[in-house]
Ligand binder design. Structure first.
Ligand SMILES: *Cc1c(COP(=O)(O)O)cnc(C)c1O
Length: 330
């Protein structure tokens, strides 16, 4: 049975989300780096969602979705399936809204993310990401409790909430020539596309996904959603098997192209951000910056925005990834 695709949010929905989120979400800083600008040959503005509540932009979409629920639905609680940051974002949002949350997470999700989700008071339900369907488990759980299922990206209220990150960035920087956005299921990118189209129409928006899972690139090329097997990449926030039915049409309409970055390129960026900018960015959060360096030839002298989407990564894993890469180089 084919369900109706919910309508895409408009720029007005992003503005409404900004008002809803104003008392709750951080207005994250926009930072610059002369060393990065020198590497890229461009003027680059980093929107640091690493400093968002819950450690990633996901809090924006989750909180907007929770606050947009009718009061009687919200009271029965919320359910989500997520490989990590959406779980934390929604758990935190539910806690602030005073409603119960149950989160379906893969057994192999990063320990830090599982612990943080529990720490926000949510119930964690585990599943095997290579054999079980998180969508089915989440839907059954929500139906059983009469709770609202808040998907990680494929929902108009989630997209509108994520769009507030780009709206804040553009408000601060003024028009940009290009914007690079990490891409998993496309909630962040769709929100960025809608905000940029309204606020900076000349800005080319690019999604950036892991090289190991370029389903977004294939989908744009084919003009329809292309699904892939679960990609194996260190970018655990972006190892999604397909774009959403709600995000894809928006991305098709508002995005100039989709780039990819390899795990090695992401690790190099993690080291750069830590050392040069004192920023702790998770692998997925580095996708946009890695793509800027790859596309540097086309960006000379341009004003470029990059969303550093999150900073949730175990310290030991962070250190191990950076060390292994440097030893291999030496
Ligand atoms: C979820 C996530 C993404 C991808 O966002 P989508 O809306 O699924 O495209 C990128 N970076 C981080 C840190 C994330 O948590």
């Amino acid at each position: 049975m084919q369900q109706d695709i919910p309508p895409a949010p408009a720029f007005a929905d992003i503005l409404a989300a900004r008002e809803r989120l104003a008392p709750h979400a951080h207005r994250t800083p926009v930072l610059t780096s002369r060393s990065f600008d020198a590497l890229a040959g461009a003027q680059v503005f980093f929107k640091c969602e690493t400093f968002q509540r819950g450690g990633a932009f996901k809090f924006r979409g989750a909180m907007n979705a929770v606050l947009s629920l009718p009061a009687e639905v919200r009271a029965r609680g919320v359910v989500a399936y997520s490989s990590g940051n959406h779980a934390q974002g929604l758990a935190y949002a539910a806690k602030l809204a005073g409603v119960p949350a149950a989160i379906v997470m893969p057994q192999d999700a990063p320990a830090l993310k599982v612990a943080a989700t529990r720490g926000y008071g949510a119930e964690v339900v585990s599943y095997d990401r290579y054999t079980e369907s998180r969508e089915e488990i989440g839907a059954a759980l929500a139906a059983g409790r009469g709770a609202a299922l808040i998907p990680p990206f494929d929902h108009p209220d989630v997209i509108a909430g994520q769009g507030t990150a780009t709206a804040e960035l553009l408000e601060e920087t003024g028009p940009l020539d290009a914007l690079f956005v990490p891409l998993g299921g496309g909630g962040l990118l769709a929100g960025a596309g809608i905000a940029a189209q309204a606020m900076a129409p000349g800005c080319q928006v690019f999604g950036v996904e892991p090289e190991a899972g370029n389903d977004g690139q294939m989908s744009l090329a084919k003009g329809e959603i292309v699904g892939i097997a679960v990609p194996r990449s260190i970018a655990d926030g972006a190892i999604v098997t397909s774009l959403g039915r709600c995000t894809f049409p928006v991305i098709r309409q508002t995005v100039a192209g989709i780039e990819t970055a390899s795990d090695a390129e992401l690790v190099a960026m993690m080291g750069f951000f830590a050392e040069r900018m004192k920023l702790y960015v998770e692998p997925t959060g580095c996708l946009g910056a890695a793509a800027v360096l790859k596309r540097a030839a086309d960006l000379q002298g341009k004003r470029v925005g990059v969303i550093l989407s999150g900073g949730n990564v175990d310290l030991a894993r962070f250190a191990q990834l950076v060390l292994e890469a440097r030893e291999a180089e030496a």
